[in-house]
Design a protein around this ligand. Structure first.
Ligand code: ADP
Length: 270
């Protein structure tokens, strides 16, 4: 479900050009006010999630993609904090196992989609199959090329069965990535996060940008839109994500289920 007035929406059928989106801007916001707004939004989100759970009519799937250090883990903490953890299911997608590779690329993803009433969060996703697979040449072009269509058909199937799909590309600048990687090197408690392999991906920044632009352009649909979220500043990133979540959940057709017909008060129970 897309919100046509959001400046971060990739309008279905248009070409996404990442250079046209400023990853570093404050968009007229102030940090203190922004943080206060997030607090308020998160209270509303908590109630909306309860409604989602109580009505069991929809599920929400939040897909997170972005370059290394773009803040996927930070957004997960932010989202889980807003919600009741019992109603949230986070799934991370790593290098596929042998069993996963022996199936079609959507097999492991479909199994992880949220059931009705639940918020599912994907840390990486089926989009890796048109990103790293394309850039690192893990499959021939003829294979990854047809996946965009398969992804759209898959996401349409989800939407038609009541899963609201929101996809966030966390947009950081190359300069901010350098700083965050340097922080990982400088802080012994962050050394475990520093992977030499991430430098290969950084060296292929332009190839990843091209692959992302194709994925964002071909797969932003009215039923599963992509949003490009400015992510150099964590508080800006979190605020825009909370706003889109609130906007999306509050626009769903949900009403609190009524009391059971047989319920006539407490005293009727012996
Ligand atoms: P994080 O998500 O925190 O970076 P890892 O460092 O374990 O976690 O990275 C997961 C790795 O798995 C990434 O390098 C990603 O590109 C890779 N990966 C995920 N899905 C696929 C896929 N379908 N094919 C190949 N590699 C994948």
């Amino acid at each position: 479900m897309s919100h046509p007035d959001s400046p971060f929406l990739v309008r279905p059928g248009t070409r996404a050009v990442l250079a046209d989106f400023d990853p570093h801007g404050k968009y007229g916001l102030k940090k203190k006010e922004g943080k206060a707004e997030v607090k308020e939004l998160n209270k509303e989100l908590n109630k909306l999630q309860e409604l989602l759970y109580a009505t069991r009519k929809y599920s929400l799937l939040v897909v997170l993609q972005g370059m290394d250090t773009s803040g996927k883990d930070g957004v997960i903490k932010h989202v889980v904090e807003a919600f009741n953890p019992q109603g949230v299911c986070v799934t991370g997608f790593k290098v596929p196992t042998e069993e996963e590779l022996d199936h079609d690329f959507l097999w492991r993803v479909h199994k992880a989609t949220p059931r009705k009433g639940i918020v599912g969060v994907f840390n990486r996703s089926h989009y890796e199959d048109v990103l790293v697979v394309r850039v690192a040449n893990l499959a021939p072009e003829a294979v990854w090329r047809r996946r965009y269509e398969a992804i759209n058909a898959f996401e349409r199937t989800l939407a038609e069965s009541g899963t609201v799909v929101l996809k966030f590309y966390l947009h950081i600048s190359k300069e901010r990535q350098r700083e965050r990687l340097q922080d990982r090197l400088d802080d012994p408690t962050e050394h475990w996060k520093f992977k030499v392999g991430d430098l290969d991906a950084r060296a292929q920044w332009d190839a990843y940008t091209a692959a992302y632009e194709d994925a964002l352009s071909f797969c932003s649909t009215p039923y599963a839109p992509w949003y490009i979220i400015p992510a150099d500043r964590k508080w800006v990133r979190n605020l825009f994500i909370s706003r889109i979540l609130q906007d999306t959940l509050s626009s769903l057709d949900m009403a609190w289920p009524p009391l059971e017909e047989e319920a006539h008060g407490i005293e009727t129970i012996p």
